[in-house]
Write a protein that binds this ligand. Structure first.
Ligand SMILES: *Cc1c(COP(=O)(O)O)cnc(C)c1O
Length: 368
């Protein structure tokens, strides 16, 4: 994926070099067990991840996209419904709403945190609104207290897209445990990833948990007995085994990400770069380290020339994608304007201090 970069965004080879022995042992144990779907690795992982997030239930699924789709289906989102979300996310957030036959309603974002602007939610609520789908973008927790308050006032469901925020928190409560349902992706490049596709749903509701469990497994209630039309979306044993090993290190990895972010922050002091907001109430696990500057394209080009990978999360807001043609005319001032200035710098727990300093130096050269 990233072999030709001197300093890549993510560094899965270093992760593997560091953890390979334990991962190989875990995978081989699954191969020898002859059990590949819904066995004890999944049971154990669901138990461990629910404890980590601080909820009563976790349901492993095939991807973050499916986690969102299943969550919306089990709260009854369907044709005619509206779900409030943002346009500056990975497209999967909005696609899950469309897959339910419902309409995403895009709300603008905070200009300093890039999360949904909770002050603008209320004006978008209609009699058709069924749920709010906030995204904890880049690892920064959305304004969940305000969001839950609005949701309560209008009797809406809250489904958290926590696909970038494993371990982040709001006043000590982990993202994925604050709304009615939390959705996680274990795509390999996430803060905790498996070796393929994977995802999970977290909740404190026994009813919603049961419905998710049924829905991910063909609506099954008995071997050949199906209560609803569901889908096949399961987290397999090999992926669950990989995730169990990695979960032990998630806090440590997130801590390293925060340390790296501090180093970037100090390095960029006295520049006019806009840096990510870090405050204690709404946590940040730095899935991405996003800077903002008018000379973004110059910086990106310069880094690339030096063998340093960078990325734009995301270059085109969802409502301006060809697949969202009918939304083309809505205006989201902040979401649209930040697209031209944001840049994600290398961020992963395996970056060395000297690599970070190299990135800092090269960025600063562009600001002279
Ligand atoms: C990665 C991601 C998803 C989708 O997860 P997949 O596992 O790739 O389906 C959804 N939302 C956000 C914010 C993501 O970053």
């Amino acid at each position: 994926m990233n072999n030709h970069w001197r300093i890549p965004l993510v560094h899965l080879q270093r992760e593997y070099a560091w953890l390979g022995d334990r991962l190989r042992t875990a995978i081989i144990r699954v191969l020898e067990s002859g059990n590949f779907i819904q066995g004890c690795q999944l049971d154990q992982f669901e138990k461990e991840f629910s404890e980590y997030i601080g909820v009563n239930y976790c349901i492993g699924v095939n991807s973050g996209s499916d986690a969102i789709y299943i969550s919306l289906r089990v709260i009854g989102v369907g044709p005619g419904d509206e779900v409030i979300t943002v346009a500056n996310s990975f497209i999967a957030s909005a696609d899950a709403i469309v897959r339910c036959g419902a309409r995403p309603i895009f709300v603008d974002i905070e200009k300093d945190c890039y999360c949904i602007d909770s002050q603008k939610i209320e004006e978008h609520i209609t009699p058709r609104t069924k749920a709010i789908l906030p995204v904890h973008i880049h690892g920064k927790a959305a304004d969940m207290e305000e969001i839950n308050e609005v949701a309560e006032k209008y009797s809406l469901w809250v489904v958290e897209d926590a696909c970038q925020s494993h371990g982040s928190d709001v006043n000590g409560r982990k993202t994925g445990s604050i709304g009615n349902l939390g959705c996680f992706s274990f795509y390999p490049t996430k803060n905790i990833g498996c070796y393929g596709d994977g995802g999970a749903i977290t909740t404190n509701s026994p009813e919603l948990s049961e419905r998710c469990r049924m829905f991910r497994d063909y609506g099954r209630v008995g071997r050949y007995s199906h209560a609803v039309t569901g889908i096949n979306s399961r987290l397999d044993e090999i992926q669950a085994a990989v995730l169990r090993v990695k979960l032990e290190y998630l806090d440590k990895w997130n801590e390293r990400r925060r340390t790296i972010s501090m180093r970037y922050r100090e390095g960029f002091e006295r520049t006019d770069l806009v840096l990510p907001i870090q405050e204690s109430q709404r946590g940040h696990v730095f899935h991405n380290f996003v800077i903002r500057h008018k000379k973004r394209d110059v910086i990106k080009e310069k880094l690339s020339g030096e063998g340093i990978e960078s990325a734009i999360h995301y270059p085109v807001p969802i409502h301006m994608q060809p697949s969202y043609q009918p939304y083309r005319n809505i205006r989201l001032r902040v979401s649209e304007s930040v697209c031209n200035e944001i840049l994600s710098l290398p961020m992963n727990p395996w970056l060395t201090d000297s690599e970070i300093d190299t990135v800092i130096d090269q960025v600063k050269l562009c600001l002279l």
